[in-house]
Design a protein around this ligand. Sequence first.
Ligand code: FE2
Length: 448
Amino acid sequence: MSLYVPGSPSRKTCPTSDMSLSRKLSSVQQLHDRYREVRAWSETICAPLAPEDCVIQSMPDVSPTRWHLAHTTWFFETFVLSRATPDYQPCRAEFEYLFNSYYNSVGRQFPRPQRGLLSRPTVAEVWAYRRQVDQRIGELLEGVGADGERCEQLLLVIELGLQHEQQHQELMLTDIKHVLAQNPLYPVYRESELLQSSVAGARRGNGTAQISYGEGLVKIGHSGPGFVFDNETPRHREFVESFRLADRLVTAGQYVEFLKDDGYRRPELWLSAGWQTVLDAGWQVPLYWVQRGEDWWQFTLSGLRPLDPLEPVCHVSYYEADAFARWCGLRLATEAEWEVAAGELPIEGNFVESERFHPAPVTGASSSAAPDQLFGDVWEWTSSDYSAYPGFRPLDGALGEYNGKFMSGQYVLRGGSCVTPRSHIRATYRNFFPPDARWQFSGFRLAE
Ligand SMILES: [Fe+2]
């Protein structure tokens, strides 16, 4: 995921002259509070897990929880502590190789598919590593308060580290779901009462409605203050034809109709590469769906549950979303269309803070003015390939793990999911995955 730090990332001097000391101290204190809050949420996520859960890698795309915990900590050590401290002594020098997701200083990278083969460091050692780095970050931030020479740029990189940790918090939940799903006992990560009451509160009625948008020149992407990743910039103009967008996400019940109509056995509905994937991977249903007799069930972070036909379909790939849209005679939205619809809306929805860990049916009255579920529930596949905006300039330097190098062979997803932290998402946020990925909390809505 690429990153953009507001202001010049190559700025060498400290921009403290325009910042009063008291303002600076309060922003340092706020950042320290936020640091503690974000880091504590990682611990909350792990509370239901046993050490045995934390070391499994169920497929190459999945990382063990232990790896996420160490890698996010390595980020703070590498990009904050070692830069801010002369003659810095790393907590454990070998971690630079084990927990660096990119290439280390001598161009080596521990192979991603082998992250689950490590029995050492133990989970307990990784927790100790986190505490050590947290203490050093605390001392550093206290020093910033007393030292007028400390730089705002340092605080921005800490914010970057927190945003990075929030990305990995979503991945921790996504990955542990995949790990637990391999177990025929269908272990429960956490019971959720919300899951049991979802149908009762759902909006029933006439199904999906379309909302119309006129053609025109629109502005897409971020400008102005606030943290964003570099791939959201620069804000630029795009011409969008008139379009209509579904007022809600495609539901599991609608997707069952696609199954009943032999959707997975009709090559004419699929992109060529998608059909090949169906054949090669043996796809017949979305990931985590299980048929028992006539009934559909699905694995959730609260265990195996009957499929709720009113909730959004989840864990589908771009190929499946595209085939479903073709079956309907419709299509997926472009990311520009999605942003036109979402740009002015409040960021409200079913995020990780609901602790439901699962998409929810639409509730309440339908609005003809704006679509529901644009934020939260599931990441929405768009038909836009992940590429650079006109005038895009990736962040350079040692944060090179996070630049535009992933802009190849992936599609953009928008809006966040039920495992995304609320403070991590915005209308311009661009997530991206390859078209066959479906272990993410991904779904879609239709456009025409
Ligand atoms: Fe990372």
